[in-house]
Design a protein around this ligand. Structure first.
Ligand code: ATP
Length: 877
C-alpha cells in the first residue's frame, strides 16, 4: 500500500485507515495484527534452528565423511561409524550455536525502539508493547518517546522530533498536523509525518499509525542493508582448497589401498585403513573451526569495546593498511571549551541588544541546547560549549528566549556547515518592533561567503585572525546576523543566509584523546597509515593531526573537500597515499577516498556516524560505526561498532585481529602437518618393506584427540611479541605461502620417517610392541610439534612453556589419554595396544622429541636469516 499520507487531509487519512481520533477497537486491532504481523524489524535471512542445522551438512568434505561412516558401518565396524557421526554432529552443533549467537547479536542492535507505547483504543488510553501496534492505531506521543511506527500526526503541541537515527542530521524537526501541498518531498521535509525509530524531543502529539514493521521507512532501510551472509575470505579459500585436497587425499588413499592389497595385506583391512586415513587427513573441520576461532575472537573484542557485526571483519582486521577516522569524538574527546572570542564591534545592531554584548546574545540564542531536570546541559558538545560560555557571562538562554523567541530555523547540516535561527523581537519599545532577527552560525569560511559586500573587504584581515586561532587547533565558528521586516513564508537558505553582517567568531578547543596519540604511533609501527577526515577547518585539522602524530613531515598532505572535488580520479589516486588529513569534506567524499586507496591495493578501515556515511561504511573493507554517537543506519552498514567511539579501540581490534588470524594459521599448520605425518607413515611403509604401522582405529584416535585438543588450544595462544611491529598481511596472499606448505610437507615427512624408523628398529629388535610404539611416536611427535609452533618465530624457551594454560592442560590431557590407552587392559583390547616397558617408553619419547627440536632449529635458522637481511638493509642505508 503506497499512499502519500502526508498529502491527504485528516479525514481522508482516518477514512483510509478505517479509524477515528479515538482509535480502533480491540477486535479490529487483533484482526489487523494477524493481517500486518508484529511491528518488528525482521531480518529476512533469519533461519530456523533446523535450517541452520541442515546447512551445516552441505560441506563437500562433510559429505565424504558421512559416506565413509556409512561404508564403514556397512562393513560392520560400528566404532568408526559412531566416531565419524559424532564428529559431524559436534561440528554441526557448534556451527548452529555460532550462527544463532550471531543472529542474537544482530537482533540486539535493532532493539532501538521503545517497548511500551500509549495508544487510544475506543477512546481509552492503554499501554501496549510497541510490537502490537497496528495501522489505524492512535498513538500518544510525549517528550522522550520513541516513535514506534510510521505515523501521521493529527494533533500537535510544539512538537519537535529528532530524526537523526534516520536522516543523520542532529537537529530537531518541527512537526504539525497540516496536510502538505502536492509536490516531491524528501523524508526530512515531511513535517506532518513521524517515523519509526525517531524521538520526540519537545511537545506532544496524537497520531495515526500508517505503517508498521518492514513497511516503515526504517524497515525499508533495514531491507536495503540486509545482505546475504557470506563466507569469510579465508573460509572460501579453505573450502575450495579443501575440495582439491580431498581429491588428492582420496587418490593417495586409493594408491595405499592398491599397494597394500598387492603386497598381500587383507583387502578388507586395507579398505578400512584407507577410508579412515582419508577421513583423518581431509581437514573437514577447518572451515567450521575458523568460524569458531572468529566468533571466539569477536566475543573477546566486545570486552575491548569493539562490537563485530560481520564475522569476516575479525579475520580481515589484520590486513588493514589504512585507518580513515573522523576527528570529532573519535580522535578528539568531543569536549569543547571556548578558548577565545573575536568581535567585530559593528554598531549596526546595538539598538536591538540593549543588554550589552551582541556576540554573547547570538551565542545564547542560536543553538538547540536544553537543560535537563538536574540542570545538566543537553545537546551537541559544540553548542553546549557556546551556551555555557554565554551563561558564564550572565547571558542566559532561557531569559533571552522570552525577549527574542525563536520563530523559525534552518537547522545545521554538515554539507551547508552552518545553521540559522530566526527570532522575533518582543520588545515594543525598540526602534524596529516585531522585526525578525536572523542569526547564522557556522564554519567561518561559509559565513565569510555570506557577508555584505561592504564587509567582504575586511575578509583578508579577518582571515589572519582566524588562521591564528586555527593554527592552535581551535574549532572556529563564525556568527553573523541580519534583520527582516517580517517572517518569510518560505525559508530558503540561499536567500535568508545572505547579506549578513559579521558579529564575530569564537575559538573552541576540543583536546585530542591521549590514548589516540599512542594508538597512532602503534599504527605507524604496524605499517598502518592513520588518516583524519573532518568537516573542520584545514588549519584546525592540521594542528590536531600534528598533535596526534598523524602528520609528521612536509610530505604528509592536507587536502580540503573543495580541492578533492577538483581532482580527477587518476590524479587523486596519484597523491592519495600522501594525504594524511582531509578537511572540510562532506560524508559523500569518503567514498572517493576509499576508491582511490583501494585502487592502490590498500585495505581500508573507515569510520562514520551519520546516515550519509552508510555508503562509505559499506564500501570500505571494514566499515566502523560509532556506538555512542552513531546513527542506526551507520551501525547497520558497518562491519564493526566502536562502543566507546574511540580511535584507540580500532587499533586494539587490529591487534586482536592479527592475533586471531595468526592462531588460525597455526591451527591449520598443526592439523595439516599431523595429517601429512600420518599419510607419509602409511604411504611409505610398503616402500621400506614394512607392514602398515597403524590400525584404522589408531588413525581416528589421532585425528580426534591428538589433533583436536591441542589444536583448539592454539586459539588461546597470546599475541606474538612483534605482532604490531610487522606489516599488515596481504589479504590476497595465499595462506600456504611463506613457508607453510613446505613446513607441512617436510615436518610431516620427518614424522613419518621417525615413526617408520622406530617401527623398523622395533621389528628388527624383535620387540612385539612395535605397533604400539609407532602409534605412540606419531601421537607424541605431534605434542612436540604443537609446542614448537606456538610461536612462528620465537623459541619456546623464550616465550615460556607455561604461557598458554589451555595448551598445557590439553597436552597433559592428551598424554594421559595416550598412556591410559597403552596401560589399561580394557583399552588394550579396544585399541589393540600393549603396555610398553619402561625402556620402550623412554625410547618412544626420545624419538618423538625429534620433531620438537627440528622445528625449533627451523625457527632458529629463520631468525638468523631475517637478522642478517635486516643488517644488510641497514648497511645499505
Ligand atoms: P568530524 O570531525 O567528525 O567530521 P565535524 O564536527 O568537524 O566532525 P561536521 O559536524 O560536519 O563535522 O561539521 C562541519 C563544520 O560545521 C564544523 O567544523 C563547524 O565549523 C560547523 N558546525 C558544526 N556544528 C555546528 C553547529 N551546531 N552550528 C553551526 N555550525 C556548526
Amino acid at each position: 500500500m503506497n499512499i502519500n499520507w502526508h498529502l491527504l487531509s485528516l479525514s481522508e487519512v482516518s477514512e483510509k485507515l478505517e479509524t477515528s481520533p479515538s482509535g480502533i477497537d480491540e477486535k479490529t486491532a487483533e484482526e489487523r495484527l494477524v493481517q500486518y504481523g508484529k511491528n518488528q524489524i525482521e531480518d529476512k535471512k533469519k533461519k530456523t534452528l533446523l535450517q541452520m542445522l541442515v546447512r551445516q551438512f552441505r560441506d563437500f568434505m562433510i559429505i565424504i565423511l558421512v559416506i565413509a561412516a556409512i561404508i564403514s558401518g556397512i562393513m560392520g565396524d560400528l566404532t568408526d561409524t559412531i566416531v565419524i557421526v559424532a564428529i559431524v554432529i559436534i561440528n554441526a552443533v557448534i556451527g548452529v550455536v555460532q550462527e544463532y549467537r550471531a543472529e542474537k547479536a544482530m537482533e540486539a542492535l535493532k532493539n532501538m525502539v521503545s517497548n511500551v507505547v500509549q495508544v487510544l483504543r475506543e477512546g481509552h488510553r492503554i499501554d501496549i508493547p510497541a510490537f502490537d501496534i497496528v495501522p489505524g492505531d492512535v498513538v500518544i506521543l510525549e517528550v522522550g518517546n520513541s516513535i514506534p511506527a510510521d505515523v501521521r500526526f493529527f494533533e500537535t503541541h510544539q512538537l519537535k522530533v529528532d530524526e537523526s537515527t534516520l536522516t543523520g542530521e542532529s537537529y530537531n524537526v518541527e512537526k504539525n498536523a497540516d496536510s502538505l501541498p502536492k509536490q516531491e518531498y524528501s523524508l526530512g521535509d515531511l513535517t506532518n509525518m513521524g517515523f519509526k525509530g525517531t524521538f520526540v524531543t519537545n511537545g506532544r502529539a496524537l497520531a495515526y499509525v500508517v505503517a508498521t514493521a518492514m513497511n516503515t521507512e526504517l524497515g525499508g532501510i533495514a531491507k536495503m542493508i540486509q545482505t546475504e551472509a557470506t563466507l569469510t575470505p579465508l573460509q572460501k579459500r579453505l573450502a575450495s582448497f579443501g575440495k582439491r585436497l580431498s581429491m588428492v587425499i582420496l587418490f593417495i588413499c586409493l594408491v595405499i589401498f592398491l599397494i597394500g592389497w598387492l603386497r598381500g595385506e587383507s583387502p578388507y583391512s586395507m579398505l578400512i585403513v584407507s577410508i579412515s586415513l582419508s577421513v583423518a587427513a581431509i581437514p573437514e573441520a577447518l572451515p567450521a573451526l575458523v568460524t569458531i576461532a572468529l566468533a571466539f575472537g569477536a566475543k573477546r573484542l566486545v570486552k575491548r569495546n569493539a562490537l563485530i557485526r560481520k564475522l569476516p571483519a575479525v579475520e580481515t582486521l589484520g590486513s588493514v593498511t589504512y585507518i580513515c577516522s573522523d576527528k570529532t569524538g573519535t580522535l578528539t574527546l568531543n569536549k569543547m571549551t571556548v578558548e577565545g572570542i573575536y568581535e567585530t564591534f559593528d554598531k549596526k545592531y546595538d539598538t536591538i541588544f540593549l543588554e550589552g554584548d551582541i556576540l554573547l546574545h547570538l551565542m545564547a540564542l542560536n543553538n538547540d541546547v536544553s537543560k535537563d531536570k538536574t540542570g545538566e546541559w543537553l545537546g551537541e558538545s559544540t553548542e553546549v560549549a557556546l551556551v555555557q560560555y554565554a551563561s558564564q557571562k550572565k547571558m542566559e538562554r532561557a531569559e533571552l528566549e522570552l525577549k527574542f523567541p525563536r520563530v523559525a530555523e534552518l537547522p545545521f547540516d554538515s554539507k551547508r556547515k552552518c545553521m540559522t535561527t530566526l527570532h522575533q523581537i518582543q520588545n515594543p519599545s525598540s526602534d524596529q518592533p516585531n522585526e525578525i532577527i536572523v542569526i547564522v552560525k557556522g564554519a567561518v569560511e561559509v559565513i565569510f561567503n555570506k557577508l555584505t559586500d561592504n564587509q567582504k573587504s575586511l575578509i583578508p584581515e579577518l582571515e589572519l585572525r582566524v588562521n591564528e586561532m586555527a593554527e592552535k587547533g581551535y574549532r572556529i565558528l563564525g556568527y553573523a546576523m541580519t534583520t527582516l521586516p517580517n517572517l518569510p513564508d518560505k525559508l530558503v537558505s540561499n536567500e535568508i543566509e545572505s547579506t549578513l553582517t559579521l558579529i564575530g567568531f569564537v575559538g573552541m578547543i576540543d583536546p585530542p584523546r591521549e590514548e589516540a596519540k599512542q594508538a597512532v604511533s602503534q599504527c605507524v609501527e604496524a605499517g598502518i597509515i592513520p588518516v583524519m577526515i573532518t568537516g573542520d577547518h584545514k588549519l584546525t585539522a592540521k594542528a590536531i593531526a600534528e598533535k596526534l602524530g598523524i602528520i609528521t613531515s612536509e610530505k604528509n598532505l592536507v587536502l580540503t573537500g573543495i580541492e578533492l572535488a577538483k581532482l580527477s580520479p587518476t590524479k587523486f589516486s596519484e597523491i592519495v597515499e600522501n594525504v594524511r588529513v582531509y578537511a572540510r569534506v562532506n560524508p559523500e567524499q569518503k567514498l572517493l577516498i576509499i576508491n582511490a586507496l583501494q585502487s592502490k591495493n590498500h585495505f581500508v578501515a573507515m569510520t562514520g556516524d551519520g546516515v550519509n556515511d552508510a555508503p562509505a561504511l559499506k564500501n570500505a573493507d571494514i566499515g566502523i560505526a560509532m556506538g555512542i554517537n552513531g546513527t542506526a543506519v551507520s551501525k547497520e552498514a558497518a562491519a564493526m561498532i566502536l562502543l566507546d567511539d574511540n580511535f584507540a579501540t580500532i587499533v586494539v581490534a587490529v591487534k586482536h585481529g592479527r592475533r586471531i588470524f595468526d592462531n588460525i594459521l597455526k591451527f591449520i599448520k598443526y592439523t595439516m602437518t599431523s595429517n601429512s605425518g600420518e599419510i607419509w607413515a602409511i604411504f611409505l611403509a610398503p616402500f621400506f618393506g614394512l607392514p602398515i604401522p597403524l590400525l584404522a582405529i589408531h588413525i581416528l584416535w589421532i585425528n580426534l584427540v591428538t589433533d583436536g585438543l591441542p589444536g583448539l588450544a592454539l586459539a588461546s595462544e597470546p599475541a606474538e611479541a612483534n605482532i604490531m611491529q610487522r606489516p599488515p598481511r596481504n589479504p590476497k596472499l595465499n595462506i600456504f605461502a611463506g613457508g607453510m606448505a613446505i613446513h607441512i610437507l617436510w615436518v610431516g615427512l620427518l614424522m613419518g620417517v621417525v615413526t617408520l624408523g622406530i617401527q623398523a628398529w622395533a621389528i628388527h629388535s624383535e620387540i612385539v610392541h612395535w605397533q604400539t610404539m609407532a602409534f605412540t611416536v606419531l601421537c607424541f611427535s605431534q605434542m612436540g610439534h604443537v609446542m614448537a609452533i606456538r610461536s612462528t618465530r620465537e623459541s619456546v624457551f623464550k616465550i615460556g612453556f607455561f604461557s598458554n594454560k589451555p595448551m598445557l592442560i590439553s597436552l597433559l590431557l592428551t598424554v594421559s589419554l595416550q598412556l591410559i590407552i597403552i596401560y589399561t587392559p580394557f583399552f588394550n583390547e579396544v585399541f589393540r595396544t600393549q603396555p610398553l616397558s619402561y625402556l620402550e617408553l623412554v625410547i618412544t619419547l626420545a624419538a618423538s622429541s625429534i620433531i620438537f627440536w627440528a622445528v625449533e632449529i627451523e625457527k632458529w635458522v629463520f631468525r638468523r636469516n631475517t637478522k642478517n637481511e635486516k643488517l644488510k638493509v641497514e648497511k645499505k642505508q
